[in-house]
Ligand binder design. Structure first.
Ligand code: HEC
Length: 117
């Protein structure tokens, strides 16, 4: 029993540090993010804009900005201002509602780290 407990105690902090792609895909589905966001960039000539910007476009825009992680975690939890249209022409132009009911701050941070990786 003690060995199992020790093993569990070791696993939890490791999981919190390094979420795998599979963990993140599951979170994106279970927390609803995947309903509005997808991985592949929007192809203007072939399709109508998706509801939210793609993960790859979010990454290219913010990856090199200092403080992007903290800012995007706050945006994920609190949503965006109506009418701000941060993604004009690349997404619907709708605001994102707050996600803090669906997602914890730790989960939001793990997702944002994965987006910006
Ligand atoms: C109902 C649709 C919807 C859901 C669900 C949703 N988003 Fe969004 N998201 C949007 C839209 C629309 C935008 C663009 C907002 C804007 O232009 O102001 C956006 C923008 C973003 C951005 C970029 C913000 C910026 O400042 O450029 C990130 C990061 C993001 N979403 C992550 C997430 C995560 C993580 C989840 C799940 C917890 C999630 N979204 C769930 C619609 C959604």
């Amino acid at each position: 029993m003690t060995r199992a407990l020790l093993f569990a105690a070791l696993l939890v902090p490791l999981a919190a540090l390094a979420a795998t792609d599979a963990d993140i895909s599951r979170l994106l589905r279970e927390r609803g993010c995947a309903l509005c966001h997808r991985a592949a960039p929007f192809q203007a000539e072939k399709e109508v804009p998706p509801v939210g910007p793609s993960w790859s476009e979010i990454a290219s825009r913010y990856r090199r900005q200092p403080g992007a992680e903290a800012r995007l975690v706050a945006v994920v939890l609190q949503g965006t201002k109506s009418g701000a249209r941060h993604w004009s022409g690349r997404a619907s132009g709708d605001a994102m509602l707050p996600n803090k009911v669906e997602v914890s701050e730790d989960e939001a941070r793990a997702i944002v780290r994965w987006i910006l990786r």
